[in-house]
Design a protein around this ligand. Structure first.
Ligand code: CP
Length: 337
């Protein structure tokens, strides 16, 4: 099975065998991080990274990944590239994608929150690059999905639960209050990949914080295909009952985009009223001694208490580290020599 040249906009677009191949190589690369066998996989190759929004983990882990594979990751700010947008004249995506394909081995793109005017615009942009580029387009988090994060999450579960034991475990994907008005990407990716790998999924959130119905339908279909359950809860306490993995994260209300604008202030005011939606020690006592996970950056004191985030059941730093290993595996298999 060759993954050479494949785009990665969402893990759901790839087969389970393809995802497992990435995860297996990521495990091998983690164990043999400094082995010479991986040192020249991207020899003299450049990976372009467009960051419309800021990042700690994604930028640093992609740069480190390219270095460790013998290549180079180039940081690019789209605002400095004279690209055509809704509001300004400039180069089309088709021209940019065709030219960049002559220079680089792959392109990563991050576009979130305030850099779009409506949900779906980021996904449309990445899909257009994928249509015209002759090299892989990798989502580094866009409004709909965050596939590298989803793979790092799953590698964390393999590590802490065991590859064979993930199936049948219950993931609680729970909303947390806070002032960040986060995009849906990490959460939607998480429920897709977890259900695809055979987990039960419970989504818990205050009334009105529904995510993309198309993603929910796909998650339900994954659960059904695996003989697992998908449940929804609006109770911030009982939703924890029997969970094996708790993933607490803020996400924005669907109304946050209005009239082509990201209405952050209004959303923050609404979200902060739900201050009982925080993952804390008492709620974790209702679980099956669950692991706590989060893609980071964490909004401590809002999404989760310090005690839970720093507890011995928290796997946040392992998952953050896994970003490096899964991205090395993605680059090696889709862009490598
Ligand atoms: N999880 C994640 O993508 O982190 P950054 O926003 O810091 O890249």
């Amino acid at each position: 099975m060759s993954l050479k040249g494949k785009h990665l906009l969402c893990t759901q677009d790839w087969s389970l065998d393809e995802l497992s191949k990435i995860l297996q190589l990521a495990e091998d690369m983690k164990k043999e991080r400094w082995s010479n066998k991986y040192a020249q996989v991207l020899d003299r190759r450049t990976f372009f990274m467009f960051f419309y929004n800021p990042s700690v983990r994604t930028r640093q882990s992609f740069e480190a990944a390219a270095t460790e594979l013998g290549g180079h990751a180039q940081f690019l700010e789209p605002k400095s590239m004279r690209l055509k947008t809704k509001k300004s004249a400039g180069e089309t995506i088709e021209d940019a994608a065709r030219v960049m394909s002559r220079y680089a081995c792959g392109i990563g793109i991050r576009i979130l929150e305030d850099k779009i005017g409506a949900y779906g615009e980021g996904h449309k942009l990445l899909s257009e690059y994928a249509e015209y580029a002759d090299i892989p387009i990798v989502s580094m988090a866009h409004d709909k999905y965050h596939p590298c994060q989803g793979l790092a999450d799953m590698q964390g579960l393999w590590q802490h639960i065991g590859r064979e034991n993930v199936k049948g475990k219950k993931l609680l994907q729970v909303w947390g209050h806070g002032a960040l008005a986060r995009s849906w990407c990490s959460v939607q990716e998480s429920i897709l990949i977890s259900s695809n790998f055979g987990m039960d999924v419970t989504m818990a959130y205050p009334e009105g914080y529904d995510v993309d119905p198309e993603v929910i339908a796909k998650t339900k279909a994954n659960c059904e295909a695996n003989g697992r359950k998908f449940e929804t809860s609006h109770d911030p306490q009982t939703c924890y009952d029997g969970a094996d993995v708790v993933y607490s994260r803020n996400w924005m209300h669907a109304d946050t985009y209005q009239d082509g604008e990201f209405q952050k202030a209004k959303e923050v005011e609404r979200a902060m009223k739900h201050n009982n939606w925080i993952c804390d020690t008492d709620k974790m006592k209702r679980t099956n001694n669950a692991l706590f996970t989060h893609p980071m950056p964490i909004d401590r004191g809002h999404e989760v208490s310090d005690a839970v985030a720093s507890s011995d059941r928290s796997i946040i730093y392992d998952v953050a580290e896994n970003r490096l290993h899964v991205q090395k595996a993605i680059m090696a298999l889709t862009m490598g020599a």
